[in-house]
Ligand binder design. Sequence first.
Ligand SMILES: Cc1cc2nc3c(=O)[nH]c(=O)nc-3n(C[C@H](O)[C@H](O)[C@H](O)COP(=O)(O)OP(=O)(O)OC[C@H]3O[C@@H](n4cnc5c(N)ncnc54)[C@H](O)[C@@H]3O)c2cc1C
Ligand SMILES: *[C@@H]1O[C@H](CO)[C@@H](O)[C@H](O)[C@H]1NC(C)=O
Ligand SMILES: *[C@@H]1O[C@H](CO)[C@@H](O)[C@H](O)[C@H]1NC(C)=O
Ligand SMILES: *[C@@H]1O[C@H](CO)[C@@H](O)[C@H](O)[C@H]1NC(C)=O
Ligand SMILES: *[C@@H]1O[C@H](CO)[C@@H](O)[C@H](O)[C@H]1NC(C)=O
Ligand SMILES: *[C@@H]1O[C@H](CO)[C@@H](O)[C@H](O)[C@H]1NC(C)=O
Ligand SMILES: *[C@@H]1O[C@H](CO)[C@@H](O)[C@H](O)[C@H]1NC(C)=O
Ligand SMILES: *[C@@H]1O[C@H](CO)[C@@H](O)[C@H](O)[C@H]1NC(C)=O
Ligand SMILES: *[C@@H]1O[C@H](CO)[C@@H](O)[C@H](O)[C@H]1NC(C)=O
Length: 624
Amino acid sequence: MTTFRQHWLHAAIALSILCWTPVEVNAAPPSSPVQAATSGFPLFEYESSHLDEQSLGNFGVRRPVLDSGECRTFPGEADWPSDQEWDSFDDLLGGALIPTVPIGAPCYQNWGVFDKEKCAAVTKNFPNPYFHEADPTSTMWPLWQGKTCLPMNNANGTCTLGGYPTYAVNVSNVAQIQHAVNFALTKNIRLVIKNTGHCYLGKSNGAGSLSVWTHHFKDIAFLPDYHSATYRGAALKVGAGVTVREVYNAAHQYGSVGFAGGYLAGGGHTPLSGLYGMAADQVLGFEVVTADGRFVTANETSNPDLFWALRGGGGSTFGIVTSATVRVHPRVKVVTSTFTFGVGPSVSNETFWEGIRAYFELFIPFTDAGTYSWYSINSTGGAPVLDMHPFFAPNHTIESFNQLVKPWFDKLQALGIPFTPNTTYYDDYLPAYNDQFGIKDAFGKDSVGRYTSMPGNRLFPRANWEDPAKFNDTFDLVQKHGEAGHVILGYHQAPRNRLNADNAVSSAWRNTIAFLITNAPVAADATPAQMTAAHEEINAILEPWRQVAPASEGGGSYLNEAHVMEPNWQQEFYGDQYAELLRLKHKWDPSNVFYATTGVGSEAWEVRTREQGVQTQNGRLCRL
Ligand SMILES: Cc1cc2nc3c(=O)[nH]c(=O)nc-3n(C[C@H](O)[C@H](O)[C@H](O)COP(=O)(O)OP(=O)(O)OC[C@H]3O[C@@H](n4cnc5c(N)ncnc54)[C@H](O)[C@@H]3O)c2cc1C
Ligand SMILES: *[C@@H]1O[C@H](CO)[C@@H](O)[C@H](O)[C@H]1NC(C)=O
Ligand SMILES: *[C@@H]1O[C@H](CO)[C@@H](O)[C@H](O)[C@H]1NC(C)=O
Ligand SMILES: *[C@@H]1O[C@H](CO)[C@@H](O)[C@H](O)[C@H]1NC(C)=O
Ligand SMILES: *[C@@H]1O[C@H](CO)[C@@H](O)[C@H](O)[C@H]1NC(C)=O
Ligand SMILES: *[C@@H]1O[C@H](CO)[C@@H](O)[C@H](O)[C@H]1NC(C)=O
Ligand SMILES: *[C@@H]1O[C@H](CO)[C@@H](O)[C@H](O)[C@H]1NC(C)=O
Ligand SMILES: *[C@@H]1O[C@H](CO)[C@@H](O)[C@H](O)[C@H]1NC(C)=O
Ligand SMILES: *[C@@H]1O[C@H](CO)[C@@H](O)[C@H](O)[C@H]1NC(C)=O
């Protein structure tokens, strides 16, 4: 359980992908990426190098849509490209094709790179997100890779590719992405996209695939005077490989707060959601390679339907984003407060839960005041503890913060619960973010790379707070969950549509004031039957949460941090937007070049992994 908590601490999530619409290719001449003074989208240097319509005309004959039961090709199949074809492809890419060597391979004899010291280093670094980010194919949740090459002292074991791709393209320009899309399409190869590999559901994995690795698209440009029909002001154009932290740092340099995250594709919630809405709401435009290999702009006038879908419709579904342009907001002051309290000599279980209830009762005023929190309620040790880490109040002063939390803190005092809030004022967002979500002790405690828990989550709507009986039902579930010894990782936050953005962000996000994540434990060496049991356990935990906050009444689940086998995921993840997203999926990617588990339109496909007990990405991708 420590796992999840640390994650948030080090959240170094890269810019993810959204949905985009195709536009005119390539009319814009390459221009200097920095300090562009106009509203246009100057292309980054790596974007200037792309294929135009004429070269695209030379792309090979496209593979028709697969029939039911047909699969993407797979290594060993007769139609898998020959070594010679891979070599020619590598030449076309200027040598950017990397045959996958699993990150854990030095720990095994069978891969031919056994090295005891390297193995020790991999094992030590496995919890470090940057270690996985820097690797062309590694991802941070080995459960979905199939756990076929874990770093452990097991030289006689066997390391196989499992859900890792067969090859990755280390892209340094857009033309390479266009070639990769074309090659995958014409050769019937599964295509995946990896940015950081943070995905909780294994979407950046895929057995027998060709992967596009966007990590090196690190450019950032400040556009001081961007204007469109609906926005005039400063903007940042950020490359697809840039992480949230890097965006924040760049924004800070220009005296402002950037507001985009790698979470763009799925919506993206942030500590500023209560002021500005979701990260996806901040996007002004994308550059994107679409399923037909074209390089287009998606913004409010150019391919507006793709632009709509790319903001919330999920990663790896509508195209490969190469950069995003996002709004920049003025500097904002922040108050944070961290504290903890728990069951102890003077605090009974009952009193503890009264203190938690007093907190939950205030979610409406807390979110109305634009605040956010990230906390855990940990009952695994038998004595439940709340760890508020932190209460995050942008645009507040110490005085306004203290006034806001007074009803809760007074109640805690009246209940005799000892606690000592550490409340800090910052005159800017970045230092607050760095202190509270810092990377100081990121790798000392296990942060990623874990495979001993299976996550799931729920977005609870404000309506559950407005009706006292429903509030009681909701809170009873939370308390029962804790009393049963489970951990809750929670947020109070309300990313309402504050900028009035018309995009694909799930309706559940617009309604929510409480987001709860939990998980079921999984044995490190779980058998398929135990994997199935863990799935059943998380499903059983989530079921009453679904019932008290059904999608039909504004509830849902966040697609980026969800249980990969969430039933009715179309409605749960995408809410009211699903039907339109599916229509756009068919329009923009008719041959399904882009596939991601639980992605829009993925119900027409399966990754065959039934013998593994749960849905991993270690199997063949086939049309249903
Ligand atoms: C430690 C941790 C903390 C997190 N904190 C938060 C948080 O605070 N708020 C929040 O909203 N979410 C959070 N998340 C979830 C996060 O939003 C998702 O994991 C997100 O998918 C990460 O995107 P990525 O591009 O970095 O990851 P990847 O795993 O590389 O990619 C995720 C998905 O996007 C696709 N993709 C990647 N790049 C592109 C591209 N250029 N074009 C098209 N598709 C692409 C991939 O194929 C995959 O489907 C957190 C996750 C972790 C592990
Ligand atoms: C690996 O195999 C060798 C030779 O068969 C044997 O000596 C060694 O003990 C084995 N190591 C482990 C960890 O099983
Ligand atoms: C990927 O390409 C970049 C240049 O864009 C290069 O610096 C880096 O070494 C390459 N990485 C690998 C693993 O080949
Ligand atoms: C939208 O994209 C088009 C095509 O690239 C471009 O001409 C236009 O300036 C963009 N609009 C804005 C507001 O940037
Ligand atoms: C929960 O508490 C247990 C010990 O009681 C500890 O081992 C675990 O790391 C804690 N988890 C979190 C998320 O804090
Ligand atoms: C910040 O608070 C002030 C009042 O104190 C308010 O006028 C302003 O609109 C708030 N800013 C945002 C972004 O909500
Ligand atoms: C309070 O929090 C601040 C900001 O994180 C930190 O620098 C300081 O050391 C903390 N003080 C105490 C007493 O823990
Ligand atoms: C909700 O629960 C509280 C505390 O148990 C109780 O006092 C109250 O009457 C309940 N309200 C409703 C509408 O059931
Ligand atoms: C308090 O609740 C925990 C479960 O969260 C339980 O293990 C423990 O026995 C309870 N303590 C008392 C005194 O009831």
